[in-house]
Design a protein around this ligand. Structure first.
Ligand code: GLN
Length: 517
């Protein structure tokens, strides 16, 4: 439906008017965080600088607003219950029956208000996952009802996103689903202030009037959100619909004039008028669901725009790549990205893709598991360690070039126990990585258990693959590259999480630049 993009777009407009804005996502499922979810379930797991494993919508928030989010920006039902149950065990509610209302709803309200304390933000946008009417979302709806009552009308704004289906047989747009879901909200005590209608055709004034009348909102509060070619167009569309003006009025904020969107529009202009086109292969094992690699895909688009280049991403399933077809399958790609991932499935296809890129001097970018595959391939083919592998895939390999981190060895629990969040990386002078970043030290986000085995570093460097980024505290390898190759870099961290519209990630920018030339 696009709640995340709408939230991010409203956030962007308010921010561009000078307000301090953050966006938060409440997810009504029982997992404590999405870190334990398969990407097929819920798309990519997004990692914040403070090491929280979060919903992919936080990626949109950061890409649009360009400011970091944190653990507080994503709360699930699992986390809410965990907090309440822990308190119950400690005796904090001694003598009382612990119930959904008020204890769960109080905890939801506390989490919503948390980001607004200490005057850090003028506006906190809270996006509630799933759909009105779901059993899971009921406590959230009730918490919102109470918050409006407690905080007052002028401090709260409820935006409801609905779908207006188009029936091609009769050529009609149907507003019934909108009327119905508003009715459900009303039954729960909430009158939405703004309705955003997702539609593939323009809404006529008559349709808008009908929705306004039946759903009890002002005409200017019926906003259309029409399909567009890029999500980055949505803030501009929402501005045309005056969503920001409506929000400012309702919240009684001081209007500081129109939003400053010049840099954003500049980005869009370059995105829509490319001088080049480049085809990049993205090799992964969850390619059926493109949301699994959302941040990488968006990073490639950002980097494309800054290079005046349209990036065509070809998603290739690593399990489809075999010894007999890889040359044919990868032919014509101007750059190859090997995606992050876990476990054994599709690993051979990823290693073959590295080999193809390395031997044919095609720009290669390996991210996390992608770096690990590059290391394995180099060890086997150049260092002639035939059985080299990661101990994640082959526990008994005689050449564990990728091995479990020391501090991971005793870890048995899966949730939140990886090496997570921001760690520093010092760049080696004269390398491609250093030239791309143009600074000495960077902070990048992590999500992994395995690492390059430093025991082999000398052999790698002598044979032509060097460590161009190192963690200054632990000496863990962060970046490997092949200086004699056109552009061959593998990173242990996830640069894709920190690429934003106005600040595309330097490594992606440099990678696309090399792929064009
Ligand atoms: N499975 C690898 C590890 O845990 C890589 C993880 C990733 O690609 N995010 O180290």
């Amino acid at each position: 439906m696009g709640k995340g993009i709408i939230s991010a777009s409203l956030g962007k407009l308010l921010q561009a008017r000078g307000f301090k804005v953050t966006i938060q996502k409440l997810d009504p499922y029982i997992n404590v965080d999405p870190g334990t979810l398969n990407p097929y379930e819920h798309g990519e797991c997004y990692v914040t600088l403070d090491g929280a494993e979060t919903d992919l919508d936080l990626g949109h928030y950061e890409r649009f607003l360009g400011i970091p989010t944190s653990q507080a920006n994503n709360v699930t039902t699992g986390r809410i219950y965990q907090t309440v149950i822990n308190k119950e065990r400690k005796g904090d509610y001694l003598g009382k029956t612990v119930q959904v209302i008020p204890h769960i709803t109080d905890e939801i309200k506390r989490r919503i208000k948390l980001l607004g304390t200490k005057n850090r933000f003028d506006v906190v946008i809270t996006e509630i996952g799933e759909t009105v009417g779901d059993i899971e979302s009921l406590p959230y709806i009730e918490a919102v009802r109470q918050l409006i009552w407690e905080m007052g009308e002028s401090n709260t704004l409820v935006i409801h996103l609905t779908l207006v289906p188009f029936l091609s047989a009769t050529g009609e747009l149907k507003t019934k689903p909108t009327q119905h879901s508003v009715k459900v909200l009303l039954e729960n005590g909430i009158q939405p202030n703004v309705l955003i209608l997702r539609t593939e055709k323009d809404l006529t004034i008559d349709i808008r009037k009908k929705v306004a009348l039946f759903c009890n909102v002002n005409l200017e509060s019926v906003v259309q959100s029409i399909d567009v070619s890029t999500i980055y167009e949505v803030p501009i569309l929402m501005q045309k619909e005056k969503l920001d003006v409506t929000a400012i009025k309702k919240l009684k904020l001081t209007d500081t004039g129109p939003p400053e969107l010049a840099p954003w529009k500049q980005f869009l202009k370059r995105l829509k008028n490319p001088k080049h086109t480049v085809k990049i292969g993205l090799i992964g094992k969850y390619v059926e669901l493109q949301d699994s690699y959302k941040s990488i895909h968006e990073s490639l688009i950002h980097a494309g725009s800054s290079n005046d280049c349209k990036v065509e991403v070809k998603f290739i399933h690593s399990e489809d790549i075999t010894d007999s077809n890889y040359v044919e399958l990868l032919d014509g790609l101007k750059g190859i990205v090997v995606a992050p991932g876990f476990g054994d499935r599709g690993i051979d296809g990823k290693i073959l893709s590295v080999k193809y890129a390395r031997k044919n001097n095609i720009p290669f970018f390996g991210v996390c598991l992608g770096l690990q595959c590059a290391v394995i391939e180099f060890a086997r083919d150049v260092l002639e360690l035939d059985k080299a592998h990661s101990t994640e895939m082959a526990t008994k390999t005689p050449h564990p070039v990728i091995d479990l981190m020391e501090e991971q060895k005793g870890v048995t629990e899966k949730g939140g126990t990886m090496r997570l969040g921001g760690y520093p990386c010092v760049l080696k002078k004269g390398t491609i990585a250093h030239a791309a970043y143009a600074v000495k030290e960077v902070m990048e986000r992590h999500r992994h258990r395995y690492e390059f085995n430093n025991h082999y570093l000398d052999a790698f460097e002598k044979a032509g693959m060097i460590a161009s980024g190192i963690n200054p505290d632990t000496y863990l390898v962060e970046i490997m590259e092949i200086p004699l190759h056109k552009w061959f870099i593998g990173v242990q961290f996830h640069p894709e999480y920190s690429s934003t519209v106005l600040r595309p990630h330097p490594l992606f920018v440099s990678f696309i630049k090399a792929s064009i030339s």
